[in-house]
Design a protein around this ligand. Structure first.
Ligand code: EPU
Length: 338
């Protein structure tokens, strides 16, 4: 196994943080993974599994083994008149899979175009955008249990998907290595253009009867106009989750701040736009050392080139404190802080 030693993780995280890993190994098959887990020396190392590195903030070196998930392949495993089941290697790039599904004329993933990261990282936090979440097209996943090396299948219910949540972020954290993910896509998709900006963008594009490709293009245009490209400016998308509060709390906030942005979720609960809260605290576009909150989307923290993870994390804590102070609402990171 070609193990790399004392290597910079800068190319492996979209924040572009320059920390080092003691060991790094590309995993491109289950056999390869089993070999790494049983290796006399490597099996004693602490492990960190990385996909696209698009949802992690490194605040320190990794004193152990980084397993880079590079398991590839996209195949149709079953189909009927209406649906097509597609199984993808967890190391595939998420956007490549979305583009593949659009090439095939299959619907279900178009609203999730251009989300950075890998296929395997998708279910970890139930990625979502523009009114759609991964769980809506998810069928099952296969993962290797790191301590027993058995392969286990997880249905959507087993994954316990929530808003940017799954069992893999909680009780099963660091216990499984996701190998393949299977999606159930549609030949005659019901397009979801309910998210305001999509309908507006389609109109702007002059499209009246959209197909999956049009919705994907609209999403790509919106993302490009609002969200910084990690290849140009290091970032990990939204740093915080949008907090959910009781209706009563929302009503009080609305009385004090009539422009507060919130969306009802389940009865009695309202999800607040964290970007709005952060902007109101004066952070939007503010540069603090080598980091800051992005000028077009306050929820995105960026690395202007030389930031350390600690510096970004300190800024995140300051932002969180100021939101608590002004609104009495706590915002929690969506990004994994290592
Ligand atoms: N807003 C502001 N100021 C800002 C940003 C947002 O006032 O700086 C307000 C605006 O009123 C806007 C509303 O917040 O209408 C919602 O903003 P946006 O549509 O940009 O969505 P978001 O809630 O900030 C979420 C996801 C994004 C996803 C978009 C679109 C979370 C944490 N983030 O952001 O996901 O792309 O919706 O669906 O749920 C990610 O998870 O990394 C991510 C980028």
């Amino acid at each position: 196994m070609p193990v790399e030693k004392n290597i910079s993780l800068k190319p492996y995280n979209t924040f572009g943080i320059d920390v080092k890993a003691k060991y790094l190994l590309n995993i491109d098959s289950t056999e390869n993974l089993r070999e790494a887990l049983t290796d006399d020396y490597l099996k004693h190392q602490d492990r960190l599994i990385l996909g696209g590195g698009s949802n992690i903030l490194f605040t320190r070196d990794v004193d152990g083994l980084v397993l880079l998930n590079r398991i590839s392949g996209i195949e149709i495993v079953r189909q009927d008149d209406q649906r097509v089941w597609v199984r993808a290697g967890a190391g595939e790039t998420w956007h490549d899979l979305v583009m593949w599904s659009i090439e095939q004329g299959l619907g279900g993933m178009e609203n999730l175009s251009l989300i950075p990261g890998s296929v395997g990282a998708g279910p970890m936090q139930n990625i979502g955008a523009y009114g759609v979440e991964l769980k809506d097209s998810f069928y099952e996943l296969e993962a290797l249990q790191l301590d027993t090396m058995d392969i286990r299948k997880f249905s959507a219910a087993d994954c316990k998907f929530g808003y940017r949540e799954s069992v893999f972020k909680h009780e099963l954290k660091n216990r499984f290595f996701i190998i393949h993910v299977t999606f159930c896509l549609s030949r005659n998709p019901q397009l979801n253009t309910s998210y305001g900006a999509i309908a507006q963008e389609l109109q702007h594009m002059g499209i009246t009867v959209p197909g999956v490709r049009d919705v994907s293009n609209a999403v790509i245009n919106i993302r490009r106009s609002k969200l910084p490209d990690p290849k140009v400016l290091g970032n990990a998308g939204s740093f915080f989750k949008n907090p959910e509060v009781d209706q009563q709390v929302f009503d009080q906030l609305k009385a004090a701040h009539p422009n507060v942005v919130g969306y009802p979720t389940i009865p009695g609960k309202v999800k607040l736009a964290a970007g709005w809260l952060i902007e109101q605290c004066g952070w939007k576009g503010k540069v603090v050392g080598h980091t800051g909150s992005h000028k077009d989307q306050a929820l995105v923290l960026v690395n202007y080139g030389e930031a350390t993870g600690k510096e970004i994390y300190e800024l995140a804590l300051k932002i969180r404190d100021s939101v608590i102070e002004k609104f009495g609402v706590r915002i929690d990171p969506e990004v994994n802080v290592y």
